[in-house]
Design a protein around this ligand. Structure first.
Ligand code: SF4
Length: 261
């Protein structure tokens, strides 16, 4: 099963992006507090070259399962909420799936929102960071960068992919001075080893552009989605982290001068 999913993930890299002005998305939604500051209009793009064991959006994995939309259509929807999200100190977040699998669509969306005075965020694993142009990043007010593990072997076990492209992207964002929130999912038995957290905290402390680290406790709420899609949730037997573990991890970030929430 895992091998099949990883083959499928690799195949996503070869799926051509739709013509200019169009993209493939799963949905859009409003969220508060989890996808950037304030109330966000979140666009979930389809297609992802990773297969994270804890992924809670498996319905976004394959581009062919999404629906084709134009940037104009998304912007019409954004405009309906523009006043509301602006007053609420929010903005627009492009998430996924992996938005950088469709860099032209994502870039155009960010450009239109940013140019229209909306705060913009890009939620990415960073694996395809090389596909993000400097112009796309200039239109991105905040990058939500998922660094899923510090240990390269652990990262590969968890995601099926290499860690290095994400670290390279993190350094580039630091060089460009783009604001970043790092996101780290704490999964007992997978990402919670002291040396793993310590390595990540030490790395983040060197960057200088990371405003905070979101420590996201693993949960099993996506198990039902997997069942509906005929998939097995691989971490069904893993318990969420307890308070003591969360406190230890926050203390480790603090010890390196890194603000974590
Ligand atoms: S990168 Fe995100 S969408 Fe892709 S598999 Fe991982 S958690 Fe799911």
């Amino acid at each position: 099963m895992r091998d099949r999913l990883l083959d499928e993930a690799a195949a996503e890299l070869r799926v051509p992006e739709p013509a200019a002005g169009a993209g493939v998305i799963e949905s859009w939604d409003l969220s508060v507090g989890v996808d950037g500051p304030g109330t966000r209009f979140v666009v979930f793009t389809c297609g992802c070259p990773l297969r994270c064991l804890y992924c809670h959006n498996p319905e976004t994995w394959r581009m062919r399962d999404g629906r084709r939309v134009t940037v104009d259509q998304v912007m019409t929807e954004v405009d309906r909420y523009r006043r509301f999200i602006s007053v609420a100190g929010g903005g627009v977040t492009v998430s996924g799936g992996e938005p950088l699998l469709q860099p032209r669509f994502t870039g155009e969306l960010l450009r239109r929102c940013h140019g229209g005075g909306l705060h913009t965020a890009l939620d990415t694993s960073g694996f395809l960071g090389d596909r993000a142009s400097d112009a796309l990043l200039a239109d991105t007010d905040l990058v939500l960068l998922d660094i899923k593990s510090w240990d390269p072997q652990g990262y590969r076990r968890l995601t099926g992919a290499r860690l290095e492209p994400t670290l390279r992207f993190a350094r580039r964002l630091a060089d460009l001075g783009r604001p970043v929130w790092v996101r780290f999912v704490l999964v007992p038995g997978h990402t919670d080893a002291e040396e793993n957290v310590d390595g990540l905290a030490r790395f983040v402390a060197t960057l200088g552009n990371v405003e905070r680290v979101d420590v996201l406790p693993f949960h099993r709420m996506a198990a039902g989605k997997y069942a509906r899609l005929g998939l097995t949730f691989p971490l069904a037997g893993v318990k969420p982290p307890d308070r003591a573990l969360l406190a230890r991890v926050h203390a480790q970030f603090a010890a390196h001068g890194v603000h974590s929430v």
